[in-house]
Design a protein around this ligand. Structure first.
Ligand code: ADP
Ligand code: MG
Length: 255
């Protein structure tokens, strides 16, 4: 295969105590893509992210970043340093530090919290922080303690922290969970604005949100790809409907 993918998972398997959480998984992503992954609970979505970030090791298969970087040989820290950043569902910001400081602390470099906060912020750093705050629309919150932010704003701050780390590939697990409709819509706009410059995987249940952001959707089921396509294609796919059968009369939160 000549095409250069930002991320390749091929023939990946992972068993936990005899249970096949990931089964012959093949997944390919172009650079700059905004890819949405959906699938029922237990489909292996979070495990897939764990395999990418080095939190979990595959039993077999290939996990590659770019053309040559074998992620299965690296630890979580090394993978993060390569530019793969993950946002978990619960925001993990430094609540006692300001929004500005949270971004500052995430900029590359091995300085300690102490050093970051008490050494002089360079003009270049200040510019970069301002630029990120603008992107995540928290410019007017720069001086506020992160603990005082609304839930949605904390999530945006955390995305800003990934940007500050220079993450090329962003892995975002259920960003819309617990958000108001307005926050959800804004989050969608933010992710869309980051696509192209960044490659983004979003795991999401909220189908209204998926519809807002989705280009290509991957449906995961029993640890493997059931189908891929546009939202309309996957929603009308027979096998997908079958997998979700019994839930299809529930409102749009589920497929
Ligand atoms: P999803 O995120 O799609 O809901 P998960 O990836 O969390 O699914 O889980 C897939 C399956 O793998 C589940 O049955 C889960 O219990 C199992 N699993 C995930 N991680 C572990 C682990 N560290 N140890 C044992 N079982 C696990
Ligand atoms: Mg999960």
């Amino acid at each position: 295969m000549n095409r250069e993918f930002i991320l390749t998972l091929e023939g990946v398997n992972k068993t936990f105590d005899g249970f096949k959480a990931i089964s012959d998984l093949n997944f390919y992503m172009d650079a700059g893509e905004l890819r949405t992954i959906i699938g029922p609970n237990g489909a292996g979505k979070s495990t897939m992210l764990d395999l990418i970030t080095g939190r979990t090791r595959p039993d077999a298969g290939k996990v590659e970043f770019g053309r040559h970087t074998d992620l299965t040989r690296l630890n979580e820290y090394q993978i993060n340093r390569l530019g793969i950043g993950r946002k978990f569902q619960t925001p993990s910001v430094y609540i006692d530090h300001t929004v500005f400081e949270n971004i500052l602390l995430s900029l590359p470099g091995t300085r300690s919290v102490w050093e970051a906060l008490f050494s002089r912020v360079t003009p270049a750093q200040r510019d970069r922080i301002q630029q990120i705050l603008k992107t995540i629309r928290l410019e007017d919150k720069a001086g506020l303690k992160a603990g005082t932010l609304a839930h949605g704003q904390k999530q945006w701050l955390e995305i800003g922290m990934l940007l500050a780390q220079d993450a090329k590939l962003l892995l975002v697990d259920e960003p819309a969970a617990g958000m108001t409709d307005e926050e959800t819509a804004r989050t969608g706009e933010l992710l869309i604005s980051l696509a192209g410059q960044h490659s983004i995987i979003v795991i999401e249940h909220d189908m209204a949100f998926v519809r807002q952001i989705a280009r290509k959707v991957t449906v995961l089921h029993q640890g493997t790809v059931l189908c891929e396509g546009t939202v309309d294609e996957v929603q009308s796919n027979e096998r997908v409907i079958e997998v979700y059968l019994g839930r299809k009369h529930e409102p749009k939160r589920h497929l």
